[in-house]
Design a binder for this molecule. Sequence first.
Ligand SMILES: [Zn+2]
Length: 376
Amino acid sequence: MSRFVWTFALAAGLAIAVSSAQAEEPAKEQIQAMTSAQPAVAEPAAKQEPKAQDAAPQAAPEQPKKAEPTKTALACAHPGALGTSRTITVAPDAFPHIGTMQYRESLPLEDHEVVITFDDGPLPPYTDRVLDALDAECVKVTYFIVGQMARAYPDTLRRIYNAGHVIGTHSMHHPFSMGRMDDEQLTREIDGGIVAVKAAIGDDRAVAPFFRVPGLARSRQVEAFAASRSLAVWSADEVADDWFHGIKPAQIVERAMRRIEAKGHRGVLLLHDIHPATAMAVPMLLKELKANGYKIVQAIPAGDRPATVPERTPEQIAAARSQGWPRVIKASLKGHHAHKHAHAASETDDGFMGKLAGKKKHAVASAYEINEIFNR
Ligand SMILES: [Zn+2]
């Protein structure tokens, strides 16, 4: 149960973890928001242009000092779509820390340019709905994947990658205590998360050296550890509170738009593709961004990446399951676990955990399933 709680407390507890872990950081109130995602249709996206970098001149290896903006819009088969206007190559030595919520620097975005990021997944069906919405608008983004989630849903992870998105990591178990961890614990969480995501995606080269600290609970030790692994540490410029208990999709969109405007009409936006409200918000958000003249920029890693990773066949999936691959066990929401969730919610105050207390049944259901996985 505890691992599950950590995982989901992530969203709920971000504000808390952040405020306690970074005394020297800027505006605490900025940290009270997170992100959004969206609903949609299903189609293994990616018929058009699986790899952002196909159209994007990569930063030359010999001069990784600057992000390399590219001017080529990525191909999009959907007329009138928002699209992805360009890519920025992010080398960790040039951008060790990203995001004005916690650092001085962010990505060198122009006026009305937005980089969208999603944390905490993958989690069907919400991740799939977000992917569908992104695909409908030919929008390419960056994901920060939790190791345990990748292990549980490797096929969804591969779908994300094959749709042309970038995969970074977000620890193994999403602990909120990373800011207080020693190197041994950080090794388990940071290195362990990377190993798990690489194993789940099936190709080491498909995982970018991008890392976001769970709950944004940074510390100098975490940053030094990340630097020792040549990881770029991502915070964000804006959040949209999409993990808040009871938040409506329209509110997520409104907060995202308002905060992006307030930050100079640009920024790195943090959302969570594990929430139903986010999944519903993403199509609306993309529509709003388009209507207001925004362009989407995708941050990509330097170097070569595979265009796609192999998807598992039904036979491979069945074989993996028979060998103990994590399975989802559905059970009654009224069982004793529901009581534990309700208790946990009272301890983490706001956010996703609040949903677990009982308002949104399908949210409870998905959370319950994850609980089963993490308890295995
Ligand atoms: Zn997270």
